[in-house]
Design a binder for this molecule. Structure first.
Ligand code: DX5
Ligand code: ZN
Length: 224
């Protein structure tokens, strides 16, 4: 198993102090900044556009992982690549031409990935694995932070791990397996055991007073 990565979601940060919140969480040991983009169309909430990404870019020494919960995807994916995103993932339901959207993200120099809602089948991966750098399994329905982890997502994580391992054993390369939604200190070990290597946590980190202690507690669970 490759190394574990902790990706705090700034959705739960104090938006009035976003640059500082990004720096603080990186100083506390975060590996990746998870950036949730919601459009009030694909999901019933509205968050941050590319200008926010550009604004936090100088505050982040860590890769910025842009999770697009939008429909359509292509124009925003291009704008986020320009705004400094390192990784861009999107929901297959948001794009009419998944292969093309993955291709344009890669051509823009970013890592690309698909996101799977609790009821979205992994078969969307069937013909595009060569363009995938990350698979993101949602363990809540997207749209809001602070929701409860849906237990059957673990089965999906195991299935995704199997697909990734089979593909990389044959073709080489590296594909990260990220889980997003309801990840906490007390369930992160179980999610890792199912095969995840990258963990998004919004409220579990930003709603605690000591980010460093929380991230350390997550790493201690992962080391068990
Ligand atoms: C939900 C977002 C998540 C969210 C996770 O639609 O994609 O990234 O911020 O928040 P928590 O960790 O609080 O469930
Ligand atoms: Zn997310």
């Amino acid at each position: 198993m490759s190394q574990f990565r902790i990706a705090p979601s700034i959705l739960s940060a104090d938006f009035a102090r976003l640059g500082e919140e990004v720096r603080n969480v990186i100083a506390a040991g975060a590996d990746i900044i998870h950036f949730d983009v919601m459009d009030n169309h694909y999901v019933p909430n509205l968050t941050m556009g590319p200008m926010f990404c550009e604004a936090i870019r100088p505050h982040s020494s860590a890769p910025i992982d842009v999770h697009l919960m939008v429909k359509p995807v292509d124009a925003l994916a291009a704008a986020f690549a320009k705004a400094g995103a390192d990784i861009i993932t999107f929901h297959p339901e948001g794009s009419e031409h998944i292969d093309r959207t993955l291709g344009l993200i890669k051509e823009a120099g970013c890592k690309a990935g698909l996101v799977f809602n609790p009821a979205t089948p992994l078969s969307y991966l069937d013909h595009v694995m060569d363009k995938i750098d990350m698979v993101l399994i949602m363990s809540v329905n997207p749209g809001f932070g602070g929701q409860k982890f849906i237990p059957h997502a673990l089965e999906k994580v195991r299935a995704a791990r199997q697909r990734i391992d089979e593909y990389t054993a044959k073709h080489g390369g590296e594909i990260w397996l990220e889980v997003d939604g309801g990840v906490k200190v007390d369930n992160i070990a179980e999610i890792a055991a199912a095969g995840a290597d990258t963990f998004v946590a919004g409220s579990a980190i930003y709603n605690t007073p000591d980010y460093k202690a929380t991230i350390a507690a997550m790493r201690a669970e992962l080391a068990k």
